[in-house]
Design a protein around this ligand. Structure first.
Ligand code: BGC
Ligand code: BGC
Length: 639
């Protein structure tokens, strides 16, 4: 009754012109607190078709023509991978948010826009942010409380720069590590992904205790579970996408029965929905030839129906463009399938025109549009955007704070998986007189961060403040220790210890798809060189996935998988020098040979001898660790 009265009064006041429309549309917080639904319905009743379509439109920030957020009622603006204002400072981010928000609030109904981006391992696009280990490393920790804390810290850094929406976590369970998004995913194991994915959702979305919230706000940073459904289940070679190079698995086709899809990939979304995730991004990939973006069955029937998902569904980057014979046909199919907001991301004129025509011709029912807008507005209210649309400038000091960096360092330490430790190679005594360190990855911030750091693809070099692995080692050893570094591994004489840091250069998405995962020739040479000059050799792998290391495996006394640790490289030295124990467990099955791929938890049971993985899923020495594997000589080309 009270709700109706508020709506009625507002409409009345507006009709008589005693109140400017904007204020009438957004009831004062005191009147409506806790009553999001009434506020949404009140707005929806006043909205024109163009205003509704605007809410469903999401545009990449540098494509946004000045004044068009207002003119077209644009509901969401985003950064693509690495998209940042220049100069890339927190205050400039805040300024950019304010600029877009001013335009949104200047519309008739004053509906705030929502800004989103990929803060998939910390706010990677922001210079000076804390960069946490990529999801693969967090998967190795198997520590949901840690994952929750990492997500909460990421959310704080985002909010401090004024960004309320994160396109994460990824809840894929990759079944083939040749996929370039393996590192973006916690694990190949459905159960572990479900557990850690929901921990991340809760860390991002929960309001931090003691921080001021807007009236009625229930979400801190909006989380996105992605990419729905089965992005990690595509068949090798099934991708038709070409961006810079031919993709192999990414955006490919998942060829399996519905029962398998439901068993491997649906529980992750059930867990995310149960953890109250309020947005879900659709996958570029297909299921048995049908694009997920066009699948009414999976999006509407299963996700919104069966799983009871109440938030909104967002497309991936131009994802609807891949659905139909024409753009307009794909648009109609995708919206009718249940996509609520479209990451256009560039040509919003064509999208808006297509939407208007489709609704006018009755190809998209207005009820579908209302459902989409209702979902979007509800989330905007829950985020407190109506009541507090502007970022708070005062909190930028949390970005890259000592506290967050300490948490990241702990996460790195917990993520390390000890694969081999013979001849008492580890831990290394801190007072060792001479240590040789080799390999590019030992002293390259960009390499240790991986993709989605300052650029979409990531990049090598001094791209973020932080501690490289080498700097961490130098800080860990005694004053009497000499550490000599050579990227190529060229040394004279003999050191007590050699540490080779090898791995992969940064990549993202299908550009990281590979047909072979053998450790590079250059890195193999680094290992061989260093072996000649060190009594004990430790090899640290900095990579986005297990690599085929079988040929050089016997050369190392110890092997450590460090994944993509991010800015806090000292977490690696913490374990190498014995300050912290090794506790990480493999989140993916480790192949012995390329020809075994795809190899995973679900197809490797019972494999024996040379057919077996080099290390099984869950393997890891150290505290309460696995029994070391027995090394056997195998030849890849013998059957
Ligand atoms: C990726 C998404 C990402 C989006 C925006 C797409 O290419 O698949 O994961 O959220 O770009 O950067
Ligand atoms: C990234 C963009 C990139 C685009 C290339 C997106 O996923 O976020 O930064 O330019 O893909 O297609």
């Amino acid at each position: 009754m009270k709700r109706l009265f508020v709506v009625f009064t507002c409409v009345l006041l507006m009709a008589c012109g005693c109140m400017p429309a904007r204020q009438a549309a957004v009831p004062a917080p005191a009147a409506a607190s806790g009553d999001v639904q009434a506020r949404v319905e009140s707005l929806l009743q006043q909205m024109t078709l163009d205003e509704k379509i605007g809410q469903m439109t999401q545009v990449e920030f540098s494509s946004m023509i000045k004044g068009d957020v207002t003119k077209y009622f644009i509901g969401s603006v985003i950064s693509g991978g690495g998209g940042a204002p220049s100069p890339n400072t927190p205050l400039n981010w805040v300024k950019m948010m304010k600029r877009f928000q001013d335009e949104a609030l200047a519309t008739r109904l004053g509906i705030p826009m929502i800004y989103g981006l990929d803060a998939v391992h910390g706010f990677g696009a922001l210079y000076g942010a804390t960069i946490f280990p990529q999801e693969i490393g967090l998967g190795a920790t198997r520590d949901p409380e840690l994952v929750r804390q990492v997500a909460a810290a990421t959310a704080q850094e985002m909010r401090a720069a004024g960004v309320p929406w994160n396109f994460g976590p990824i809840v894929a369970a990759p079944q083939d590590i040749r996929w370039g998004r393996t590192y973006e995913s916690f694990s190949e194991d459905t159960a572990l992904v479900s557990e850690l994915g929901s921990a991340a959702v809760s860390g991002l979305q929960s309001l931090p205790a003691g921080e001021p919230a807007a009236e009625g706000q229930s979400l801190y940073v909006l989380a996105t579970a992605k990419h729905y459904l089965g992005d990690g289940g595509t068949t090798f070679g099934s991708s038709t996408q070409y961006i810079q190079q031919q993709y192999l698995l990414d955006q490919g086709d998942m060829r399996m029965s519905e029962a398998d899809v439901r068993r491997l990939f649906l529980p992750e979304y059930k867990a995310a929905v149960d953890a109250d995730v309020q947005s879900i991004m659709v996958s570029f990939s297909s299921w048995n030839g049908e694009k997920m973006h066009g699948s009414k069955y999976w999006i509407t029937d299963v996700l919104k129906g069966e799983l009871g998902f109440k938030g909104f569904v967002v497309s991936d980057w131009g994802g609807i463009d891949q659905v139909g014979m024409t753009y307009d046909e794909g648009l109609v199919t995708s919206i009718n399938a249940g996509i609520d907001m479209v990451m256009v991301p560039y040509d919003y004129f064509s999208f808006i025109k297509g939407m208007q025509a489709a609704v006018e011709k009755g190809k998209i029912p207005i009820e579908r549009i209302d459902d989409a807008v209702r979902r979007i507005l509800t989330v905007k209210f829950e985020l407190g955007l109506f009541d507090q649309p502007y970022p708070e400038q005062a909190r930028v000091e949390v970005i890259g704070s000592a506290e967050h960096r300490a948490l990241a360092r702990q996460a790195v330490s917990e993520s390390l998986v000890l694969l081999k430790n013979e001849n008492k190679a580890l831990p290394i005594p801190k007072d060792t007189p001479l240590i040789y360190v080799a390999g590019v990855a030992a002293d390259d911030m960009g390499v240790q961060c991986g993709g989605w750091t300052t650029q979409w693809q990531g990049e090598s070099g001094d791209i973020q403040p932080g501690t490289t692995l080498l700097e961490g080692m130098r800080a860990a050893v005694s004053q009497n220790t000499t550490i000599t570094y050579s990227a190529a591994g060229v040394f004279d004489g003999m050191a007590e210890y050699g540490i080779a840091v090898v791995g992969e250069f940064p990549y993202a998405e299908g550009i990281g798809d590979r047909s072979e995962l053998t450790l590079s020739g250059a890195d193999q040479i680094v290992i061989r060189n260093l072996r000649e000059h060190s009594k004990k050799l430790i090899v640290v792998i900095v990579s986005g996935r297990p690599l085929v290391i079988t040929d050089v495996y016997p050369l190392g006394d110890a092997w450590v998988a460090a994944w993509l640790p991010g800015t806090e490289g000292a977490g690696v030295s913490d374990n190498l020098f014995g300050d912290q124990p090794f506790t990480g467990k493999l989140p993916y099955t480790w192949p012995r040979f390329n020809k075994q791929l795809p190899l995973n938890l679900n197809n490797s049971a019972g494999l024996k001898g040379c057919e077996a993985p080099l290390f099984p899923y869950g393997y890891g020495l150290g505290e309460a660790g696995s029994k070391p594997i027995k090394w056997i000589e195998c030849n890849e080309f013998e059957d």
